[in-house]
Ligand binder design. Sequence first.
Ligand code: HEC
Ligand code: HEC
Length: 352
Amino acid sequence: MAWKIVGGAAALLSILLGGLAVATNGEPDRSATLAEYRRPSAIPFPDDNPFRTAKAELGRALFFEPVLSRDGERTCATCHVPGRDWTDTHPRAPRSDGGVMEFRTPTLLNVAWTETIYGWDGKFNGLETVARTPLTAPGNMNMPPEEMVRRLSSDPNYVAAFAKAFPGPVPEGGQVTQERIERALATFQRLIISGQAPFDRWVEGDAHAVGAAAKRGFDLFNGKANCAACHSGWNFTDGSFHDVGVAKDGAIGRGRFFPNSTRLRHAFKTPTLRNVARRPPYMHDGSLTTLSEVIDLYDRGGIERPSRSRDIRPLHLSAREKADLIAFMESLSDAGAEGPAYQPIGVEAPRP
Ligand code: HEC
Ligand code: HEC
């Protein structure tokens, strides 16, 4: 009989506490909001470029292959540096002629979860199509496609690796094709995934994984500061384009492709916030050097203009609230060079 009374009392207590949204330890009940940030359990691979270990291994070799640049000086990893969270430290990516490109190098962390449209302004349609631009651009790897295919085809190791990665009929012209190079690179990049951060352990139920400041920061992020309106889900991005009031210099972002849209003028893609504390500078143009400057921008509400997102407005944050938001973003960093993102190959099967 006694157990029934205890059970009934516990149920009543949880109804009462649930109604007040307060957990037994006196903290707000964040379980529903935290659940929105749970990590996925599998990597999405497209049907027309499915995962194969041999393809990913070939992609890894190509990613670090200087032969793919005309003068042998550059690889994908020149800018997407594994030890720098797959970006670099430059405000704007360096051109081979000493100048700089239009944009900062974005991190490649979690690119598998980007829905189709890549690039700060969305100029790339699909991960498979991105590589063509850095490979062939004169200010970058500057490699004519035929020359690239010719170079790899003259290396028997590569010919064998392409055959293993792409079983089936040999294409006209041989095992090495530009399309296969692009597919292998994409398969490799889908394995670049940020590792478990303290925040993930909190999501999974370890209340001590992050400190009190980070927890308050999480509440602000999802509440008063409204960051989650765009930095949503486990990868902290809605994959969409917004003007948060950064670009001053006529950079029109997504507006380039939608000249009649007011909203897309100065709109750039929402970046992931995974490992963000470790990879300054920030924004599409690298114009902000610390997270503190980023918070100050949002606190001011950025540049007020017709294109600015309706989700951006002056926040009037206190000094403590600003520090709490930064503490929260710091809790999104994984273990660094020890984490899975840095050895994305050698796995027998894809894992989250
Ligand atoms: C000179 C530095 C540099 C090199 C070398 C380079 N990239 Fe990039 N990468 C960039 C920049 C800058 C962007 C942003 C371009 C844009 O948004 O228009 C970018 C964007 C990307 C993106 C889109 C990411 C996203 O989240 O939208 C992918 C994928 C990518 N690069 C892969 C590669 C691959 C594969 C190679 C090698 C074939 C490569 N990059 C070589 C600088 C570089
Ligand atoms: C309206 C959508 C939106 C809201 C709301 C928003 N962001 Fe952003 N965030 C973006 C976009 C878009 C960018 C890239 C802007 C650019 O490069 O011009 C960005 C960039 C960032 C960056 C730089 C990341 C990098 O790799 O360069 C950080 C950090 C950041 N936001 C944190 C926050 C925080 C904290 C909040 C809440 C105070 C917030 N964001 C609110 C859309 C948003």
